[in-house]
Design a protein around this ligand. Structure first.
Ligand code: HEC
Ligand code: HEC
Ligand code: HEC
Ligand code: HEC
Length: 183
């Protein structure tokens, strides 16, 4: 957890993570696996953070930004035609933080929150960024680094992947025919 890793969002890494998560979910309902949960619980970040958008994160996490940029998650909004880009039934999964106070509203007012960006998985990060900026540019001490890490989720506790990746994601109606990329 404390190591920096390289191209974590190469397709293979994402695909493998996804499969592992699916496997975990299949074997363990909520409330089971107490040992695993206890080992993985992170301290909750400060409340009241607002969404900043991926470019703000990139100022400190350039490597993660560049690898995310290459994933399909960076382009999930582009799958929608103009009509569906304004459809609440689509942007809840094809944009970041829709229906939350500071999340995606529309392309004009929140162009920085299109797609499945950093904060869709890590949660909103304004205070995390402020706390990190407060420590300046010197190498962080271990205690400072812990404070910074504890100010954002490594993974939000809700089952974030499954909120979008569920079998019925597109419901009974399925993807509108004119946008379908798969048969
Ligand atoms: C001012 C610099 C700065 C900004 C801006 C920033 N971070 Fe960080 N972030 C850090 C530092 C420093 C760490 C500690 C680890 C490290 O040195 O890479 C960190 C750690 C993290 C971690 C690891 C958390 C953990 O539990 O270990 C995540 C995830 C993260 N940042 C996501 C984000 C996201 C998402 C954004 C944009 C909303 C963002 N960061 C903006 C500096 C920043
Ligand atoms: C519950 C979350 C969710 C909602 C709501 C949702 N999508 Fe998706 N969408 C996904 C996921 C996850 C994928 C990728 C999985 C896949 O390819 O089957 C996807 C893939 C797509 C694709 C590319 C793959 C394909 O089927 O051709 C298009 C186009 C698309 N969605 C359009 C839409 C439109 C239009 C709406 C609103 C009418 C919408 N989506 C609503 C989650 C969602
Ligand atoms: C689809 C979900 C998802 C998206 C989108 C995403 N991440 Fe992550 N990120 C993760 C997961 C899961 C991990 C933990 C992976 C691990 O432990 O190997 C992680 C780990 C990290 C870490 C911790 C690295 C370390 O070694 O401590 C940072 C920093 C980070 N992400 C920043 C970002 C930034 C910046 C973006 C956007 C440019 C982003 N992430 C987009 C899911 C995501
Ligand atoms: C906000 C909604 C959302 C969240 C959260 C989300 N995804 Fe996705 N994901 C999508 C959509 C939409 C696509 C379809 C992109 C496309 O078909 O172009 C996608 C595509 C993917 C793909 C295919 C990527 C590729 O390059 O073929 C994988 C794998 C994936 N997601 C895994 C994950 C994992 C693992 C998590 C959680 C850590 C996660 N997703 C969280 C919406 C989401």
């Amino acid at each position: 957890m404390c190591k920096r890793r390289g191209t974590r969002f190469g397709g293979t890494v994402v695909a493998v993570t996804f499969l592992v998560l699916v496997a975990l979910m299949a074997t363990a309902g909520p409330g089971r696996m107490p040992a695993l949960q206890a080992a993985e619980v992170e301290p909750a970040p400060p409340e009241g953070q607002t969404y900043t958008g991926a470019k703000d994160c990139a100022s400190c996490h350039f490597k993660q930004y560049m690898s995310w940029k290459k994933t399909k998650h960076a382009k999930t909004f582009d799958l929608l035609s103009t009509k569906y880009q304004a459809d609440a039934n689509c942007v809840k999964c094809h944009a970041t933080g829709f229906a939350e106070a500071t999340g995606f509203k529309d392309l004009t007012s929140t162009p920085n929150l299109v797609g499945t960006s950093c904060e869709a998985c890590h949660g909103p990060g304004s205070k995390h960024a402020e706390i990190a900026k407060g420590f300046g540019k010197e190498k962080l001490t271990a205690a400072q680094e812990k404070t910074v890490r504890d100010s954002i989720w490594m993974m939000t506790p809700k089952n974030v992947c499954v909120e979008c990746h569920k079998v019925e994601a597109h419901g009974e109606s399925s993807t509108p025919a004119e946008l379908r990329t798969k048969k």
